[in-house]
Design a binder for this molecule. Structure first.
Ligand SMILES: Nc1ncnc2c1ncn2[C@@H]1O[C@H](COP(=O)(O)OP(=O)(O)OP(=O)(O)O)[C@@H](O)[C@H]1O
Ligand SMILES: [Mg+2]
Length: 406
């Protein structure tokens, strides 16, 4: 097994989530999936494993990453650019049935301009709704006797692009996009032949809640990626140690898992990577004496790119005031591994919102607390009647503390 910490993993390197993949595969029999989670949690790797699984059963599967799409036409372009090569591999009969028609639709995509809020303009000056072109594309591909999986990665980033670039109509366009997805796509004949797996790392759920359009994504089955159990995490580290011929005792691997606290594969890979480097620099030291150091290296400038995202996603998905309240709450919770008491966190929000009633401030606290719970920043621990919110990921806590320290 390779020690990969960054790019999506496939094949032999995809470790310990086989059951997750078959569960997602089962859901796709009847439903579309919305797979949300923080960065680096393994969404793309898992989605690709699902694509491989359905391809084994004869489905067609394409992946589009829409993070760089700034408007609806970019989205259609992306879709077309992945569908066209797939259609080229069809049998001659199927190709002659839909190939020409597809060529025409893709010509329409190429010539559309985004004009105003929801319309697209054809080259000849005619204006048609982009959803019409999009539905025509789907309508064509279901005419072939094939099943499809369309994996759309980073959809929330694209929708946030709409809102940022178009203050006047952005939110309306997001709603239209999601409505198209929920209503128009489902109304197409034979639509059951196309399944969607949509994923992203910036809270689509927050976006739709904040703008009162949660209904638009309810038709998809919401899924996340839980951390490994301690047993799987220990076994994965054992596997890595064997591959790199490094001696790690069972106690050492347990120690690493305990130091990371939230055993998501990426952080285990990172910890192993730094430990491996330290062990070759200090061959006479025991692994146990180097583990804490390896975790500390993860959060130092230069090695800490992945943690910035946890801060950034708050400012992307929340308004400025809320993002600042959330940052303040997290600063307090980061002080010690055991986290902060609920009432101390509430005090902070009430102090910061001195112009509103304590009840209003409390509602803000609860709303933000729930977002931070759902997005895996912290979890609630209740021992002997005292409720504390503490970071899930210990390296993130250390990073957070460092960024808040002079
Ligand atoms: N099943 C797995 N087995 C081993 N390592 C994994 C697995 N899944 C994820 N990883 C680790 O996590 C890293 C990131 O995986 P991946 O790119 O799939 O996550 P992601 O959630 O799509 O990330 P991003 O939000 O940045 O797109 C990989 O480089 C690898 O270190
Ligand atoms: Mg990804």
């Amino acid at each position: 097994m390779d020690n990969i910490a960054g790019s999506p993993v496939e094949g032999e390197n995809f470790y310990g989530r086989e059951k997750v993949v078959s569960h997602l595969r089962e859901i796709l029999a009847n439903d579309d999936i919305l797979l949300l989670g923080p960065r680096r949690i393994g969404k793309t790797s898992t989605a690709r494993a699902v694509m491989a699984a359905v391809r084994n059963e004869g489905w067609r599967a394409i992946e589009i990453n829409v993070a760089a799409c700034r408007n609806e036409r970019d989205f259609l372009d992306k879709l077309e650019s992945k569908l066209a090569p797939e259609l080229a591999t069809f049998s001659e009969k199927a190709k002659s049935a839909i190939g020409d028609a597809f060529g025409k639709v893709s010509g329409r995509i190429k010539s559309v301009k985004i004009a105003g809020a929801v319309s697209v303009e054809l080259g000849n000056g005619e204006v048609e709704d982009w959803t019409k072109v999009a539905s025509d594309v789907l309508h064509l591909i279901v005419q072939a006797d094939e099943r499809w999986l369309i994996y759309v990665d980073e959809l929330p980033i694209m929708l946030f692009n709409f809102i940022r670039d178009d203050p006047q109509y952005g939110v309306q366009r997001v709603r239209r996009f999601l409505d198209w997805f929920r209503n128009d796509v489902r109304a197409l004949p034979d639509v059951r032949k196309v399944r969607w797996l949509v994923s992203g790392s910036v809270g689509l759920d927050t976006l739709v809640q904040e703008h009162g359009m949660a209904d638009t994504i309810n038709s998809m089955r919401h899924q996340g990626l839980a951390a490994y159990s301690d047993e799987v995490a220990v076994a994965m580290l054992g596997e890595l140690a064997t591959s790199y011929q490094i001696k790690l005792s069972n106690e050492d691997t347990r120690h690493i898992v305990a130091a990371v606290q939230w055993p998501q594969p990426y952080y285990l890979q990172m910890a192993f990577h730094h430990l491996r480097a330290l062990m070759s620099e200090h061959p006479d030291d025991s692994p146990a004496s180097l583990i804490e150091q390896a975790i500390d290296i993860m959060v130092q400038p230069g090695a800490d790119n992945e943690f910035h995202h946890w801060e950034m996603r708050l400012t992307i998905q929340l308004c400025k005031a809320d993002a600042n309240h959330a940052l303040a709450m997290l600063n307090l919770a980061a002080q010690v591994p055991a986290g902060a008491r609920a009432e101390n966190l509430l005090d902070i929000v009430q102090e910061r919102m001195s112009c509103v009633t304590p009840d209003e401030a409390k509602r803000t606290f609860i709303r933000l607390r729930d977002i931070l719970l759902r997005d895996a920043y912290w979890w609630a621990e209740e021992t002997s009647g005292v409720k504390r919110y503490r970071f899930r990921l210990e390296p993130l806590r250390r990073w957070w503390l460092r960024r808040d320290t002079l």
